[in-house]
Design a protein around this ligand. Structure first.
Ligand code: NAD
Ligand code: UD1
Length: 337
């Protein structure tokens, strides 16, 4: 029994490979290296002490996928492969619809053809859009998204739900991630963004290491305790463990379930800056800047469904997240390069 991990060389994928191997699963990984470096999987092998097959393959390449499914008995797919930069998606919507949406359609077509009908999909809290109050629950309305990246996640959730309606043999878990940060506690794998980071934690770490001068805090007049945006930060290793639980669940059930992966606790931008300074001992200079278009004031999860269906709960706290992000950043100032 093997689990195919698409996009397994990326940030969340590489951490999930380790947790799947530790849980005793055999894995097969595909990635087109669009946003990742082969060094990540080399380190996954080193950390886990296990080897596994890897294919440089694009999820839009049906023949390439057929070769992978023919060479291995795949029981389920954890589907991470996708593009994730919000700003880029606004500038290049067709690229995002082609890669994320068409890529998923090709992948599901090959899975059906090969008799593999279980998928764990990387969705996002972004599908809840702007209209819902936190804590966000899975049965709240989705779709009021603010950018093409979010729309691809909303569309794929719909496509996978329609697939389950059309064929009751399918089993799909839509995992709605909140804000993954942190890194493996070894400091050997972590997030390695291209260019200037868009997201808060990589930006903070790059200011701390001296690559960037100053953090811009996007708005201090939100309706939150200190006026800065509040998010549900979750340690990437906790998130990875959620995937192991989701695979176990998908093997025992059919149909589609959307499940939040978050801690249920919100931290502000300044909370995160302060926690980072406390654990690293390094100052993070910042200035207050205008709000970033498309941002909401508060976004955190109700994680009860994950506890109920998957038996999963986040275990690491915000200090763990900051400590592990800093260890990764300080030990690998140039990322994997
Ligand atoms: P990542 O960019 O580090 O990993 C994605 C991987 O997919 C990369 O290695 C990339 O090379 C690969 N890939 C992209 N397009 C591909 C294609 N067509 N064929 C084969 N491989 C392809 O991103 P991540 O942070 O690990 O995110 C993984 C998934 O989780 C993505 O689908 C992302 O949208 C989703 N997600 C991420 C976050 C987050 O904050 N990181 C939040 C919510 C959802
Ligand atoms: C963003 C995306 C979301 C995506 C997620 C993970 C937007 C509008 N949303 O979520 O769709 O799923 O990343 O990739 O881009 N902040 C600063 N300064 C910075 C960076 C961020 O103050 O330099 C603030 C933001 O305003 C926000 C918080 O930090 O309040 C977290 O931001 P970020 O890490 O980008 O995540 P999200 O905006 O929650």
């Amino acid at each position: 029994m093997a689990i195919l991990i698409t996009g397994g060389c990326g940030y969340i994928g590489s951490h999930t490979c380790i947790e799947m191997l530790d849980a005793g699963y055999d894995i097969v990984v595909i990635d087109n290296y669009y946003n990742s470096n082969p060094e990540a999987l080399k380190r996954v092998k080193e950390l886990s002490g296990k080897d596994f097959p890897f294919y440089e393959c694009d999820i839009r390449d049906a023949d390439g996928l057929r070769r992978v499914f023919s060479a291995h008995k795949i029981d389920a797919v954890i589907h991470f492969a996708g593009l994730k930069a919000v700003g880029e998606s606004v500038a290049q919507p067709l690229t995002y619809f082609d890669n994320n949406v068409s890529g998923t359609v090709v992948l599901c077509g090959v899975m059906a053809e090969m008799g593999c009908k279980r998928m764990i999909f990387s969705s996002s809290a972004t599908v809840y859009g702007t209209g819902n109050p936190s804590p966000l629950k899975e049965d709240m309305p989705t779709g009021a998204v603010t950018n093409p990246y979010g729309r691809t996640k909303f569309m794929i959730e719909g496509i996978l739900s329609d697939l389950c309606t059309s064929d009751p043999e399918w089993s799909v878990v839509l995992l709605r991630y909140f804000n993954p940060i942190g890194a493996h506690e070894s400091g050997r794998i972590g997030e390695d963004p291209n260019g200037i980071p868009n997201n808060l934690m990589p930006y903070i770490s790059q200011v701390a290491i001296g690559k960037l001068q100053q953090l811009s805090v996007f708005g201090d007049d939100y309706n939150t305790p200190d006026g800065t945006g509040v998010r549900d930060y979750i340690h990437v290793v906790d998130l990875a463990k959620g995937h192991v639980c989701a695979v176990d669940y998908a093997i025992k059930h059919t149909g589609v379930e959307a499940i939040n992966l978050g801690t249920g606790v919100g931290y502000s931008v300044l909370d995160l800056v302060n926690a980072f300074r406390t654990v690293s001992g390094v100052e993070v200079p910042y200035r207050i800047a205008p709000r970033r278009p498309g941002d909401v004031d508060t976004c955190y999860s109700d994680p009860a469904k994950a506890a109920r269906l998957l038996g999963w709960k986040a275990e690491k706290n915000v200090e763990d997240m900051c400590r592990d992000s800093w260890r990764w950043q300080s030990q690998n100032p140039q990322g994997y390069k």
